[in-house]
Write a protein that binds this ligand. Sequence first.
Ligand SMILES: NC(=O)c1ccc[n+]([C@@H]2O[C@H](COP(=O)([O-])OP(=O)(O)OC[C@H]3O[C@@H](n4cnc5c(N)ncnc54)[C@H](OP(=O)(O)O)[C@@H]3O)[C@@H](O)[C@H]2O)c1
Length: 268
Amino acid sequence: MNLLNKTVLLTGASGGIGQALARELAQRGARLYLVGRNDKAMSLLKNTLQHPERHNTVLMQSYSDDEISGLADRLSQNGGLDILINNAGSSRFALFEQQSFDDIREQIRTNIEIPALLTRALLEIMNAPGIVLNIGSIFGEIGHPAWSVYSATKAATHRFSEALDRELQGSGISVLYAAPRATETSLNSIHVNALNKKLGNNTDSPVQVATRLVRLLETEQKRYRFGVMERLFVKINAWFPNVVDGALGKKLPVIQEFARKSLKGENK
Ligand SMILES: NC(=O)c1ccc[n+]([C@@H]2O[C@H](COP(=O)([O-])OP(=O)(O)OC[C@H]3O[C@@H](n4cnc5c(N)ncnc54)[C@H](OP(=O)(O)O)[C@@H]3O)[C@@H](O)[C@H]2O)c1
């Protein structure tokens, strides 16, 4: 899809990947609705984009039903929507026993409930051809210790995207799914960054991720996983999960050590 003059709604616009994506999309001439809970951060972002007057910020305090239907009405009165990007996400790096009920609920709500509700409401006012792009994670395809709830929600993102895309065949709306690997944003605490370094995990910059995501929109590639090694691990996990059980089992003591440090707030 050519992004020039397309109306794009981006959730989690204030975050690391969100900001980089907003810049890439604005450079290609898209008209953006930047959605998030932090009005100041979104206004600052909007003012740094090419042609700020073409873009809008939308404050969503809690993604309540009323806020979502109000957003759908606003878009409908302004020519509808061409692309919805469900990018907002929340992650808690912690052993399962360390996660509070609120931690669990917030990840489920942010990573799967809100994207599903938003998609349900906005599909009704989307123009065809149109695209829904859902941001998953490699951890949605490889269940990872200390990210059990996050992995579960991102696995749900994957299946939601796949099922809905199949359901919408012939409608002119495509549902794409992208699974980034570790990316240098504030989603990851210093403990997560230190763990990634210790385990030798590769990371991407938000700009690298955003550039690829824009390419996915332009080429309408249905699914994309970041990282050659990560793609290989996803395949091994699907075909020979015992091999991955063993590999992650060897890393478990290190993962547990960093999760405990994270819980105690230790910085070393
Ligand atoms: N960074 C990584 O390593 C990585 C790897 C794989 C996948 N991803 C995925 O990439 C997407 C973007 O993440 P990021 O790395 O850019 O993270 P980030 O910098 O922490 O940004 C996350 C965004 O999500 C929003 N958000 C967080 N909790 C929310 C909640 N409870 N309700 C509504 N909005 C909420 C935040 O908006 P507010 O300003 O409103 O708080 C923020 O804009 C997420 O879906 C994430 O799961 C990230």
